[in-house]
Design a protein around this ligand. Structure first.
Ligand code: 1HN
Length: 380
């Protein structure tokens, strides 16, 4: 190879001598030292420390809100124009955080998308190491088939799906259906840990059944009861559907207990919340993703909270306002918003809404596993 060509490749390192506290005097000798660092691809810590070691997390991501009405209209348009099948795999349209360079990433670790399936359509079988879930804000008629187990998807249901399980979806109804997908794709992308495989081109007729309850729910979906035939505790949840009726009752009971004087039943006055848990371990449903449902009572508001790591929220029902960092939005059913790391969040339910119900998913299990998780809640 011609050494002269190699020598002309510009160095990506650019160092500027500036007069500033803690910086050496900008002299010709310093300039010469910095050109030496550049040509050897070296960066001195004294020019970088502020960016590498901030006193608290400063997220690259921006707080942002996507309105459901716009997402749904565009997803419907895609349903009429864009086929679903091998290659593209899913008619899923991702939220791209405006501060993450146009990548289809809602936050530095999380993917969130609206997925749309027309009547009678199938999304083909595949598997990937990324952990995933579906959450249904409205509609019904789609069954997701996980390792051959057909799982009904209906409004308010949360359907986790741990990495490396085969899955396909099929719409057995006469109406289109939309839902949201959450995955740890950006985390897997930045850590370069992804694997992906196609499955069968078509699922069997038996798997096209539309049972009300999946095999997984019949085995694992009984509160407080663990099947003895399954002695190993799976790290990701073996329960493939968490039904709205159960979630709704849990939140209503917390608020009813609060009304009866049991303040400890809720996070703060008028703010009930539950975490979806692995029934075998009580821990998070997925190794990288935490999922929760929150209910803020009419006229109430949550405490302002900051947390390491990011999350994505979707309004399930009701109307209110949400403050994230410097931003504040009015929100209603289906709207999605992003809370970047360490940005303060406050939720408020309108005085004329029955309640504000919100689904949330975040990356807290990653930070907890690494002993990097912190939460700060403002006093009431
Ligand atoms: C995927 O498999 C699904 O199975 C949804 O529904 C979104 C985004 C990227 C890669 C795979 C699904 C996805 C995805």
């Amino acid at each position: 190879m011609n050494a002269a060509v190699v020598d002309t490749v510009p160095s990506p390192v650019r160092l500027k001598a500036v007069a500033a506290p803690g910086q050496p005097e900008p002299t010709p000798a310093l300039e010469q030292l910095y050109r030496g660092f550049e040509s050897e691809l070296l960066v001195p810590l004294w020019t970088e420390i502020g960016g590498l070691m901030p006193p608290h997390p400063r997220s690259q991501a921006a707080p942002h809100l996507w309105q459901w009405s716009r997402l749904k209209a565009l997803a419907h348009q895609a349903g009429e124009i864009v086929p679903v099948g091998r290659g593209g795999e899913r008619r899923a349209i991702a939220l791209a955080n405006p501060a993450l360079g146009g990548r289809p990433f809602a936050t530095p670790t999380l993917w969130a998308a609206i997925q749309y399936l027309m009547p009678g359509e199938d999304a083909p079988e595949h598997r990937h190491t990324q952990h995933a879930f579906r959450f249904v804000v409205e509609g019904e008629g789609v069954w997701t088939v996980v390792n051959g187990d057909a799982v009904r998807m209906s409004r308010g249901d949360f359907l986790p799906q741990a990495g490396w399980n085969w899955h396909a979806h099929h719409n057995a109804a006469s109406e289109p259906m939309a839902w949201i997908d959450g995955l740890d794709i950006p985390f897997a992308y930045y850590t370069e840990s992804q694997f992906f495989e196609h499955g069968r081109d078509a699922i069997s007729d038996a798997e096209r059944g539309t049972p009300d309850r999946s095999r997984s729910e019949r085995l694992w979906g009984h509160p407080g009861l663990r099947p003895l035939a399954q002695p190993d505790a799976p790290q990701a949840t073996p329960l493939l559907a968490y039904r709205w009726a159960d979630t709704d009752r849990a939140l209503a009971d917390q608020l009813a207990l609060e009304d009866e004087g049991h303040a400890g039943a809720t996070l703060s006055p008028g703010h009930a919340a539950v975490r979806y848990a692995n029934p075998a371990t009580g821990r998070d449903v997925l190794p990288t993703i935490r999922a929760e449902m929150h209910r803020v009572r009419r006229g109430a508001c949550s405490r302002t909270t900051r947390e390491t790591g990011s999350s994505v929220w979707q309004v399930f029902e009701g109307a209110g306002s949400v403050r994230v960092g410097e931003r504040e939005w009015r929100v209603q059913r289906g709207d999605l918003f992003v809370v970047p790391s360490w940005q303060p969040l406050q939720l408020r339910c309108d005085a004329d809404a029955a309640s504000l119900d919100l689904f949330r998913f975040g990356d807290a299990p990653i930070f907890e596993a690494l002993h990097q998780h912190r939460v700060q809640v403002d006093p009431a």
